[in-house]
Write a protein that binds this ligand. Structure first.
Ligand SMILES: Cc1cc2nc3c(=O)[nH]c(=O)nc-3n(C[C@H](O)[C@H](O)[C@H](O)COP(=O)(O)OP(=O)(O)OC[C@H]3O[C@@H](n4cnc5c(N)ncnc54)[C@H](O)[C@@H]3O)c2cc1C
Length: 338
């Protein structure tokens, strides 16, 4: 079934809470539905300007969207292969990501538990290469099924998705060209814990021996304490990516700022937490009109009520300029600006 709405309010479809409208908003429940939307003569004029959204938890709308917004309601979940070591699970792009993690933990499968409580849907997980607590979804993705604007389906192998830090081919070379319909994940039957990120190990220890449920619970609790709930305060999680910088540049900075943290990337590069850089520039907890930097997590920008996308962007630019002036590092947004 398809559903088509005109002049449609998007306020409940973006976690920043931007009060904007789409000329057309259309939902589909299957590949055939999606094809019928893409080849619908009435929608043809809008297809020139078309975006796909999931739960809108990594989007910032600058103004009304004069075009077509597509949203997947494909929510099937099927185990397509099982061995002694792993299962492969094919999931519809409209399935809520955290419901999938909850399902996998309940089944006793491993690999997704560190990615608990990340807002959004399965389709976007494969676009964004979501990550948290030392895990990235690309480590689980087997393949991604997507449809082009002419209605042709293509299966992308993990390699073809060109995954990088919060990055994929769907954000780069093929941006805006495909609608993801299904993602197949490979989950393990034996655990391979990743607990050495931040205070995760300590939180798990508090609860006893690690298990899927224990790790999920620990991650949920850390996130709840640190991140604002979008249902209460508009936000899109980390606004900026953690910058990857040359080791040489990092060492030079460390001579001046002895406590500057980093995570190794490769021999020549390290990742510096953008939240630390922002905090050092005095932005943590600061208000800028109707927007602010969250008081517990400097990476998160919040809508205090009634803000526009441009106000958020203005604050983001001021922060990035200050960080660049102080550290010679340009931080870039993780959030997709529409
Ligand atoms: C409180 C909070 C905490 C967060 N924490 C994390 C975190 O720890 N780690 C992390 O990685 N992210 C985090 N995020 C960001 C966000 O949850 C992820 O980026 C998530 O994957 C976005 O999913 P979504 O369904 O809301 O996608 P949207 O925001 O709707 O879309 C994101 C991008 O994916 C594209 N897209 C969506 N669905 C499809 C589809 N079916 N086909 C093609 N393209 C599609 C959109 O066009 C857009 O470019 C957080 C956000 C919030 C609000």
């Amino acid at each position: 079934m398809t559903r088509i709405f005109y002049d449609y309010p998007l306020i409940s479809h973006n976690t920043f809470g931007m009060d904007v409208k789409a000329s057309v908003f259309a939902e589909f429940e299957s590949e055939d539905d999606l094809r019928s939307l893409l080849t619908n003569d009435t929608l043809a004029p809008y297809l020139q300007h078309c975006i796909v959204i999931g739960a809108g938890s990594n989007l910032l709308f600058g103004s009304d969207f004069e075009g077509l917004v597509l949203h997947s309601r494909i929510t099937d979940l099927t185990v397509v292969q099982e061995t002694d070591e792993y299962v492969k699970v094919r999931v519809g792009s409209g399935y809520v990501w955290d419901d999938f993690v909850a399902w996998s933990v309940k089944q006793g499968y491993f690999g997704a538990e560190n990615l608990s409580a990340i807002p959004g849907e399965v389709g976007a997980s494969a676009v964004q290469n979501i990550g948290a607590y030392g895990a990235e979804v690309s480590q689980l993705i087997e393949c991604v099924e997507a449809m082009d604007k002419q209605g042709n389906l293509r299966v992308f192998s993990n390699e073809e998705c060109c995954y990088g830090y919060r990055d994929s081919i769907f954000k780069g070379e093929l941006k805006g060209q495909y609608v993801i319909t299904h993602v197949t994940y490979r989950l393990m039957k034996q655990p391979c814990w990743k607990l050495d990120y931040g205070n995760l190990h300590a939180e798990v220890e508090l609860r006893g021996e690690p298990s899927g449920t224990v790790v999920r619970d620990a991650v949920q609790s850390i996130r709840k304490a640190k991140l604002p709930d979008p249902a209460v305060t508009g936000n899109a999680g980390s606004f900026f990516k953690n910058p990857v910088v040359a080791r040489e540049h990092y060492e030079h900075l460390r001579d001046v700022y002895a406590s500057i943290p980093c995570y190794p990337v490769d021999e020549k590069h390290v990742k510096v937490p953008a939240g630390w850089l922002i905090e050092q520039c005095g932005w943590k907890g600061r208000r800028w009109g109707r927007v602010a930097v969250h008081e517990k997590q400097a990476l998160v920008l919040v809508n205090l009520g009634g803000a526009t996308g441009n106000e958020v962007l203005e604050l983001a630019n001021r922060i990035a300029d200050d960080v660049e002036r102080k550290f010679g590092i340009r931080i870039t947004p993780e959030v997709n600006y529409i």
